[in-house]
Design a protein around this ligand. Structure first.
Ligand code: HEM
Length: 65
């Protein structure tokens, strides 16, 4: 139902991430616009967290047993 953002290419692009998460570019697909709830600064912190989580998982996947 919901995309796992750790695997989304959009976390690499601040502007594209904002377009979808705050400005509602995918409202027609069920992704609501969070512009009234989340500030641009907060969204950048969320994006940084998701990138951090993606990197953590990548480390686990590539770790030798
Ligand atoms: C702060 C929280 C959230 C952020 C930052 C966020 C961000 C995003 C982003 C960047 C995408 C595009 C992913 C891609 O195409 O690779 C996406 C897709 C989507 N999100 Fe969210 N999202 C959030 C919360 C939610 C919530 C609470 C819902 C549901 C109530 C939701 C529903 C969806 C859906 C259904 C899609 C797929 C849209 C499509 O098929 O193109 N999201 N979200």
């Amino acid at each position: 139902m919901l995309p796992d953002l750790r695997y989304s290419v959009l976390i690499k692009e601040s502007a594209a991430f904002d377009l979808i998460a705050r400005q509602g570019a995918r409202v027609d697909k069920g992704m609501v616009a969070f512009k009234d709830e989340v500030s641009p600064q907060e969204l950048e912190r969320i994006r940084a967290y998701v990138i951090h989580r993606a990197n953590e998982d990548k480390k686990l996947e590539t770790a030798t047993p």
